[in-house]
Design a protein. Structure first.
Lengths: 527, 181
């Protein structure tokens, strides 16, 4: 009996769920899987202050800062973000972007510009934190351990905000450079049609060029602004999306065709056979490309037809330097980037619905701003979703496959080890054969554990850090006002034009004597 | 005898511990105290096919500032007392933050049925010191099998009645709408 006790114990041990399952099971009773202390229900709780010293602030507090931001607890949010920024860690650009959004909501343009500038330098520096990027590429590396430099849409918005704030400071040359950078970042996406679809960037770039006396460049930007507005207009989005898929398919087919044609051997008999095989493939690809070409033409024609239905805002208002105020209304909450997939290897965006879509703006109670002056449809979700695939997505997919395969092999080895141990326990043979069985079981167990360790070490989860303080949409309104103090009345309406009760606001603005005054107003839908 | 007692205690602690969760509101609950770092979220689920009986659902914390492995995962049992006909009524008290309703696990069919998981993906916010209504999830039978969980309906008035009936502690409390997405 004693002889069987050891393999029997081993067999029982091996039939228990693997450690990762046990770990998940620990919170079956609702207990947290990570360290935390929670109150039992129905127990009187004395509210405790959650304020921490700046030195003890860590990344774990960043979510608390985000909640504070959306709840309007700006001081608490600022304290945490400043503490995080002072660490000068890999998320330096993220903390700065978030601080900038906070300062904009507080109406502190100068501080927002400083934070955006610091983020801008890091987000557009390819060499910064290079060592972290190399580490993240390994099979055991974690993408989130890289330095945050933002997706193309985040870079675009950083440049847009920075450019606007530089206009506010009358630093037109740097503003122009910032818009140009934004335009370059916008083109850093996979799909051709999404390469230049941020109309405000082109319009503001055109405005700064006119202010600096460069009319021909301004005309070029204006032309691009028209195109970008049509491409990104909600009426066209479905067709643009379908057309982009066709274009990508066509590009892939052309690539394959080029590869085959490039590999065509010259003379010998065997090679002729290959040529025959290739000939069929080549013909198929050529007809596929022709068909795709026709479909693309159809979609382009549909897009052109749709463009006729779109009423362009009066772009002249943007270019007119007499319009010395640029008023930006930020509404909604930024798209949320979340991990999906078995190992969180994919990142998707989710948008929290928001009501305030249409606005009425009046200056000094009686001057209503014409809605034709509003530049709208600048929704962040559209920009975030059209960034295209990344090279890192392929790496993460590979890692997820590796993790799954090694986990399966590990489970199989551990299962075989259990069977070997059970067989040894109940074989009824001599002590030697029992121990031989145990040795085989041990070997399987070691192999299983090695594979399990390899599986556990692989880290396929996607990096979902994102500028979550951004609004869902930005509407830009240029207008003219005399220098000095003015009162703005803002009424928010839903997409049917119905006024949203409790969301109207009145606030004072100070228009500068010279240059352009840029005003930001964030609309929060707090519960 | 002592040995068997120990084994029984061990088995019971493993299998019966899921019956109570500090996050789930209970019918017999007399008071509801929400600390500044937590909130209550209410939602219902409509099962349009009687063949499916969910027994637990998984919720995952959404926090971009944490590594994926460090995100909290909660397995919440579906308490039979919270089931009214085709409706499942949920009330959860959770730490403030954003969460994803990951999936439901349940049994499809009667006694000889099999386990079936319904993938979700709905996001909801837990607002500190607030009781929020996150909507009604609808899942039912279709020719392609069970539909996904991401259909959310706003049935504020009807669902609040159900919630208050299931959790009397909610009577007289302010409940605000903050639908999942």
């Amino acid at each position: 009996m004693k002889k069987r006790a050891v393999p029997l114990f081993l067999a029982v041990l091996l039939f228990l769920p693997p450690p990762n399952l046990l770990q998940a099971g620990t919170n079956f009773a609702g207990k947290p899987s990570t360290q935390e202390v929670l109150q039992k229900p129905d127990k009187e709780i004395i509210p405790q202050t959650t304020k921490k010293n700046i030195e003890s602030i860590s990344d774990a507090d960043a979510m608390s800062a985000e909640i504070d931001f959306y709840r309007g607890n700006y001081d608490d949010c600022e304290r945490i973000l400043k503490g995080l920024k002072d660490k000068h860690d890999r998320n330096f650009a993220l903390w700065n972007n978030e601080l900038a959004s906070l300062y904009l909501a507080k109406g502190m343009n100068k501080k927002a510009k400083e934070s955006l500038s610091e983020a801008f330098l890091l987000m557009n520096n390819f060499e910064a934190f290079k060592n972290l990027e190399a580490k993240a590429l390994g099979i055991t590396g974690n993408e989130a351990s890289k330095a945050y430099k933002g997706d193309p849409y985040e870079k675009v918005l950083n440049s847009l905000y920075l450019g606007l704030l530089l206009i506010d400071e009358n630093d037109l040359e740097n503003a122009a450079a910032s818009f140009k950078n934004g335009i370059l970042c916008d083109s850093d996406v996979e799909g051709d049609l999404y390469k230049s679809d941020v109309a405000p960037l082109y319009l503001l770039a055109a405005r700064t060029q006119i202010a600096t006396g460069n009319q021909s460049l301004a005309d070029d930007y204006l032309k691009m602004a028209n195109e970008a507005y049509y491409l990104s207009h909600p009426v066209n989005r479905q067709i643009v999306w379908e057309e982009q898929i066709l274009r990508t398919k066509k590009a892939d087919a052309e690539k394959e065709l080029k590869k085959i044609l490039g590999e065509q051997p010259d003379t010998t008999q065997d090679e002729k056979k290959i040529n025959k095989k290739n000939q069929k493939k080549t013909d198929d690809l050529k007809s596929q490309i022709d068909a795709l070409e026709n479909q693309i033409k159809d979609k382009s024609a549909q897009r052109e037809e749709n463009n006729k239905k779109i009423a362009l805002p009066n772009f002249d208002n943007f270019l007119n330097q007499q319009n010395n105020v640029i008023f930006c209304i930020e509404s909604g909450k930024a798209p949320l980037k979340v991990q999906v997939g078995q190992y969180g290897e994919k990142a998707v965006f989710k948008l929290k619905p928001y009501k305030a879509k249409i606005f009425s703006v009046a200056i000094d109670k009686n001057i209503n701003i014409d809605k034709a002056c509003f530049l709208n449809n600048n929704d962040v979700m559209f920009q975030a979703q059209t960034r295209g695939g990344r090279k890192m997505d392929g790496i993460l997919k590979g890692r997820a496959q590796f993790k799954e395969t090694t986990a399966q092999v590990s489970t199989a080895f551990i299962g075989m080890s259990a069977i070997a141990a059970t067989t040894a326990a109940f074989s009824g043979g001599s002590g030697d054969s029992s121990y031989a069985g145990l040795a085989i079981s041990g070997a399987f167990l070691v192999a299983g554990l090695v594979m399990g360790a390899a599986s556990a070490a692989a880290n396929p989860s996607a990096d979902v850090r994102h500028w979550s303080y951004l609004p869902a949409e930005i509407q830009i309104i240029p207008f003219s006002a005399s220098s000095g103090k003015h009162q703005i009345s803002l009424i928010s309406c839903d997409d049917s034009g119905k006024e949203l009760k409790g969301m109207e606001s009145k606030f004072d603005i100070e228009v500068k004597d010279t240059g352009t005054t840029v005003i930001f107003k964030r609309i929060f839908e707090r519960i | 005898m002592k040995k068997y007692f120990f084994i029984n205690v061990l088995i019971c602690s493993i299998f019966l511990s899921g019956c109570v969760s500090p996050y789930v509101l209970r019918k017999q609950q007399k008071t509801l105290v929400i600390s500044p770092d937590e909130g209550v979220v209410l939602f219902t689920a409509e099962v349009t096919s009687g063949k499916y009986r969910p027994f637990q659902y998984n919720i995952q914390e959404i926090n971009q500032y944490k590594f994926y492995g460090a995100l909290k995962k909660y397995i919440i049992p579906c308490v039979p007392e919270n089931m009214t006909g085709m409706f499942l009524v949920f009330g959860l008290k959770l730490p403030k933050g954003t969460y994803k309703l990951d999936f439901f696990s349940g049994q499809l069919g009667g006694f000889f049925g099999y386990q079936h998981s319904l993938a979700g993906g709905n996001i909801f916010d837990v607002t500190p010191m607030k009781i929020t209504y996150a909507g009604r999830l609808v899942f039912g039978w279709s020719s392609a099998g069970f539909s996904q969980l991401n259909l959310v309906k706003d049935e504020y008035d009807a669902d609040l009645e159900l919630e208050k009936m299931t959790f009397p502690v909610l009577q007289g409390k302010e409940i605000v709408k903050d639908l999942s997405y």
